[in-house]
Design a protein around this ligand. Structure first.
Ligand code: GTP
Length: 597
């Protein structure tokens, strides 16, 4: 196809504003897929994504559209992940296209995530077409939302398209806008091959599938290509496009988006953002902006049933094959036995992986408190990364500790602003900005990532009754007075509960934790001290009193089935407990104890 008849675009939207529904409509309207083949929400291929209503892997589809001017256009839609954890992946997908549809739910208005993704699109020099969706709903307020797009984002929304992805109103107008308002790609077919690796995943039949955007030159079957990041050479054995099912093509030229397979063994060998060129007479200059993905949140994952460790290793290795940004190494904990210390791009990423191990592999897990990566500056001049609070060296060897900070953007209705400010303040936040758009406030805070990874989002949702939206990016490392707090149960330190805290907050956090643990740990036949300590110094303490009688005692003389039930219940409870010295700690204690109320 000649460049003038190609349009490449992505759809930027907040969760639930209708991105997938609109994509389905565009596909349907152009009849890329016969109607009977249409599955609901075709672009979201993984179950877990559908269930959670989020899009994780970039997907893509090529559709043919005969415009009103009678000419035939090829439209390539790249579906970008909608979540902050995948900001880098989003930025790469954005660089692979020239324009975006900005979809805003006309009953809801602009949300924090919309903003973050629009900025990414603007960074990539996109032409942006605003689309007001859900105009079929009575609560739709197109004018107000258009005004908000202009106020908050600074985009001209006078020609926003009014759409109902549900009923199909405005779909043709959207297709026409893609053709006439978005620019055609540029590129030189005679230049050496330069293609961007936009995404890659493992397919059990085809092996690793690589999504590419050709910038210059062209690629075809049997070409030998180089991945410039690590210099590996592969021969293309399949080349094609998504309609959205895979269809082979002869070649891919400048401006085109498609896939290749090339007997690549693991997804790890393909890096998002890498430049692909030909082995001979390749380009000398890779595309700018490549960044290896770096896990920012770490936690320990342990099988509840230690006999499942090998199955778990298997599961983790399989998942890692398909996810270059997930890292793991074996970890042993005195209390939890064998498991893995895993690194993730963020909390959502963590949850997705954990859920997949539990559901797809049927292994119940204990998750230890998520921790961020700290930078330790040792007195002897050495610099280290700390991924696990349990590994924190004695403070006498440490000169200072730096922690990652984020810039958080929160959009919230006026009424809840006070609660949001208080929450951010409680989490050691520094206010950077506060502006209004209509009856909503936009708050920007500099916050320690550590204070956000655990339950910030849950708290934010609960103090604002679900009305706040939130987005963040990591902005760098800063020194602070951080110490390791250990938890001792019956005088035994429980590694999985140790955490890094700010010195000034340690007492309060320690007290809250031991109080919670006192409620979470069942009583035993003996007294159990529960303590929080920094170094050797105990900063909070509770004592769990001893059980006076056997739980079944009160049933003596009563009916036997009741007694049986009690015993069964105890037994079921046991399975989810872990022994720490002489004490059984239930699994949920590990997560619950760390939540701050
Ligand atoms: P994520 O994949 O989670 O990012 O969400 P999304 O932006 O893709 O939203 P999705 O297309 O899944 O739509 C969210 C909900 O809004 C679904 O229940 C849709 O049926 C509904 N919806 C989408 N477009 C319209 C519309 O034009 N009108 C109405 N009434 N509902 C719509």
């Amino acid at each position: 196809t000649d460049l003038a008849h190609i349009r490449n675009f992505s759809i930027v939207a907040h969760i639930d504003h209708g991105k997938s529904t609109l994509a389905d409509r565009l596909i349907q309207e152009t009849q890329t897929v016969a109607l009977r083949d249409m599955k609901a929400q075709m672009l979201d291929s993984m179950d877990i994504e559908r269930e959670r209503g989020i899009t994780i892997k970039a997907n893509t589809v090529r559709i043919d559209y005969k415009a009103k001017n009678g000419e035939l256009y090829v439209l390539n839609l790249i579906d970008t992940p909608g979540h902050v954890d995948f900001a880098y992946e989003v930025s790469r997908s954005m660089r692979a296209v020239e324009g975006s549809l900005l979809v805003v739910d006309s009953t809801q208005g602009v949300e924090a995530q919309t903003l973050a993704n629009v900025y990414q699109a603007l960074d990539a020099d996109h032409e942006i077409v605003p689309v007001l969706n859900k105009i079929d709903l009575p609560a739709s307020e197109c004018e107000a939302v258009a005004a908000q797009i202009e106020d908050v984002i600074g985009l001209d929304a006078s020609e926003a398209i009014q759409v109902s992805a549900k009923t199909g109103v405005g779909i043709i107008e959207t297709l026409e806008a893609i053709v006439h308002r978005l620019p055609a790609p540029k590129g030189d077919v005679d230049a050496p091959l330069k293609a961007m690796l936009v995404d890659s995943w493992y397919d059990s039949y085809l092996g690793v599938v690589v999504l590419v955007r050709v910038i210059d030159g062209s690629m075809k079957k049997n070409d030998r290509i180089t991945f410039m990041q690590n210099g590996t050479v592969h021969q293309i054995d399949r080349i094609g496009v998504f309609r959205p099912q895979m269809v082979n093509v002869e070649r891919l030229g400048p401006g085109e988006i498609g896939f290749i397979t090339a007997s690549i063994k693991q997804v790890r060998d393909t890096r998002v953002g890498d430049t692909i060129t030909s082995e001979k007479k390749g380009t000398a200059k890779p595309l700018p902006g490549f960044k290896p993905s770096q896990p920012v949140v770490f936690c320990g994952l342990f099988p509840v049933d230690s006999s499942e460790f090998e199955d778990m290793r298997d599961a983790i290795e399989k998942l890692a094959l398909n996810d270059a940004s997930f890292s793991y190494e074996m970890e042993t904990s005195a209390a939890l036995g064998f498991g893995f210390r895993c690194g993730f791009l963020g909390l959502l990423h963590l949850e997705v992986i954990r859920d997949r191990i539990e559901r797809e592999y049927n292994i119940e897990l204990i998750t230890t408190a998520p921790s961020v990566v700290y930078h330790l500056y040792m007195k002897d001049g050495e610099q280290r990364e700390l991924h696990n609070p349990a590994d924190m060296p004695d403070l006498t060897y440490v000169d200072h500790v730096e922690e990652p900070r984020i810039k958080a953007t929160i959009l919230v209705p006026d009424d809840y602003l006070g609660d949001v400010l208080k929450l951010c303040q409680d989490r050691r936040g520094i206010q950077l900005d506060l502006t209004y758009a209509g009856s909503r406030a936009m708050v920007v805070y500099d916050l320690p990532l550590n204070e956000v990874v655990f339950d910030f989002y849950d708290r934010l949702k609960s103090v604002t009754k679900g009305y706040a939206s939130f987005d963040y990016q990591v902005i760098g490392y800063r020194e602070d007075n951080l110490v390791k707090m250990s938890i001792l149960v019956n005088d035994e330190p429980v590694d999985a509960l140790s955490m890094m805290v700010h010195r000034d907050r340690a007492e309060a956090r320690g007290r809250a934790m031991v109080e919670k643990l006192k409620d979470l740990i069942p009583r035993h036949m003996f007294k159990i001290p529960i303590q929080a300590a920094i170094g050797g110094k105990v900063i909070a303490r509770e004592t769990l009193s001893a059980l006076r009688k056997d739980v079944t005692a009160k049933c003596y003389g009563g009916d036997a089935s009741r007694k049986r039930k009690l015993l069964d219940k105890q037994k079921a409870g046991k399975k989810k407990m872990r022994q720490f010295g002489k004490v059984d700690i239930p699994q949920e204690a590990f997560i619950s104890a760390l939540k701050m109320d």
